[in-house]
Design a protein around this ligand. Structure first.
Ligand code: ASN
Ligand code: ZN
Length: 333
């Protein structure tokens, strides 16, 4: 099917003004992205099922950054899907969520006062609520990358969404949410190791989750313990997020892009950072090559050590840093 490829411009609430790949059908532009397998973005118009209405526009200038414009959320989630697609393609050569060149789709304006967003395997789609009260729409780049990465996890390790494997599933989405932010490197959304910092879901400007010291949110665990498997998956992700931060940036106090972090370790031991991009490669290879649906924290340690051995050599500096970062969150010795 012939598609007339256009480059439009959108202004999201979080993305700022960004280029958007769109499609011209007759005299109407559609939020259909021909550069990324035809990813489509829909306005659910507060519905909770089906696809609602495909976003269309007369002049290929989308949204104005305010919530009262229905297109604004569409711009943010279309941009988030594109940036996440590009991240997996550019960094890992992954061609879409299932690596089969098939696009998912996105649905904005789900329900009323819905303060969440989610991935669904059954529709192979991402869905975003508008928030409520103080909480902004759940449409920021890290939220989109988090949800889309649930699709990647489903298509690869398929980590079961409960117990320790559930925490690793959640951590995988947080890890790639941060990675996508750094890769996109937006001026309007300075890359950081926090999740949901633009949403203001707590109403006091604090993020949903912190990776340098997960317990900063008041609920996430910093370290593995034998009770971790009975903790909600959004909090049992903590030790793996903490591992990842330590592996990327190292322990102690550090400022990245003007944001201050201070990452503790279990026994006060120092952990060297190997850099974010190397840490991403280790986690991605572990996820796609060695983790399975039942992988627990001990298994994640083994999987990442194997990945580091494949990528950098057994007992390489990187391999030893992986071991040290796990020990620092009390996994292995
Ligand atoms: N936004 C949540 C998440 O992706 C939805 C859920 O609880 N699964 O983790
Ligand atoms: Zn999640």
């Amino acid at each position: 099917q012939y598609e007339d490829v256009r480059t439009g411009t959108g202004t999201g609430q979080f993305s700022g003004t960004v280029p958007l790949d769109t499609t011209l059908s007759g005299s109407t532009y559609q939020l259909v992205d021909p550069a990324r397998a035809g990813h489509r973005t829909y306005d659910l118009k507060q519905g909770t099922s089906g696809t609602g209405t495909l976003y269309t526009d007369d002049n290929d200038v989308w949204g104005n950054g305010t919530q009262s414009d229905r297109q604004t959320a569409g711009v943010d989630v279309a941009f988030g899907a594109a940036a996440t697609w590009d991240y997996y393609k550019d960094v890992f050569g992954r061609n879409g969520i299932r690596n089969d060149g098939v696009a998912a789709y996105s649905r904005a304006h789900y329900g009323n006062n819905y303060v969440n967003a989610f991935w669904s395997d059954s529709c192979f789609c991402m869905t975003y609520g508008d928030g409520a009260g103080n909480a902004n729409p759940l449409t920021s780049l890290d939220v989109a990358a988090h949800e889309m990465s649930h699709g990647v996890t489903s298509a690869t390790a398929n980590l079961t969404y409960s117990g320790e494997s559930g925490g690793l599933n959640e951590a995988t989405s947080d890890i790639f949410a941060a990675a996508v932010e750094f890769h996109a490197d937006l001026e309007s959304d300075v890359p950081d190791y926090m999740v949901g910092e633009r949403i203001d879901i707590n109403g006091d400007g604090t993020p949903l989750r912190y990776m340098d010291k997960p317990s900063r949110d008041g609920a996430s665990r910093d370290y593995w313990s034998s009770s971790l498997g009975s903790v909600d998956v959004h909090y049992s992700s903590g030790p793996a997020n903490h591992f990842f931060y330590l592996l990327a940036e190292g322990s102690g106090a550090k400022t990245v892009n003007g944001v201050a972090y201070d990452s503790p370790t279990h026994d006060g031991e120092a952990v060297p950072g190997i850099g974010l991009e190397n840490a991403e490669r280790v986690w991605y290879r572990a996820l796609t090559t060695y983790m399975t649906s039942t992988t627990n924290y001990a298994g994640a340690r083994t999987a990442t050590l194997r990945a580091a051995a494949d990528l950098f050599g057994t007992y390489s500096e990187t391999y030893l840093a992986v071991a040290a970062a796990w020990a620092a969150v009390d996994v292995g010795d």
